[in-house]
Design a protein around this ligand. Structure first.
Ligand SMILES: [Zn+2]
Length: 172
């Protein structure tokens, strides 16, 4: 039995309800997360295990599966998971800090070359952190990116099942 950290009353455990992980800045839906709801005071929260791995899986998902040019919130997510400040990402990619902030506030498209460079950097970083290659077929990721990406419409939602980040680390 769990108790509400806010009011101390018994709290209801909710399993099997998709959790919208809006805190990460993206439209991510997680399955297999235990959520808690307090009837007494209205407090609700979720228990998310393995946050670091989860973020790595989301980042890898963005790099491998999102076909459109990286969106502002995706660029920001990758940058933060790379633990870079905007200024540092700018230096890393050879652009000005103003350019990075325009990408992140949606005033400017990231463009083909920097989109691909940021994805490559992230996948290398994630592999380095995991001490093995975590993205299978990196070259294919790039070969499969369509031309004319500015015209691509895709849903923003990313849906993850628990085995994608709670089991052996293999997001592919
Ligand atoms: Zn409560």
């Amino acid at each position: 039995m769990e108790f509400c950290y806010s009011c101390g009353e018994k709290i209801e455990e909710i399993k099997d309800k998709p959790y919208h992980y809006d805190e990460c800045g993206l439209n991510v839906v997680l399955y297999g997360i235990t959520q808690y709801a307090c009837k007494a005071c209205g407090e609700s929260y979720a228990s998310i295990p393995n946050m670091q791995k989860l973020h790595r899986v989301i980042g890898a998902h963005i790099c491998e599966k999102r076909k459109a040019l990286l969106r502002p919130e995706e660029i920001k997510f990758l940058r933060k998971d790379l633990q870079l400040r905007a200024k540092e990402l700018a230096q890393t990619l050879g652009v000005t800090p103003q350019t990075v902030s325009r990408w992140e506030n949606g005033k400017k498209d990231i463009g083909e070359a920097h989109d691909r460079l940021l994805r490559s950097l992230y996948m290398m970083y994630a592999s380095e952190q995991a001490k093995h290659m975590i993205c299978d077929g990196v070259i294919n990721v790039f070969k499969e990116l369509p031309a004319k990406r500015k015209k691509i419409e895709q849903p923003r939602e990313i849906v993850l099942n628990p085995q994608e980040w709670l089991g052996d680390f293999c997001p592919a």
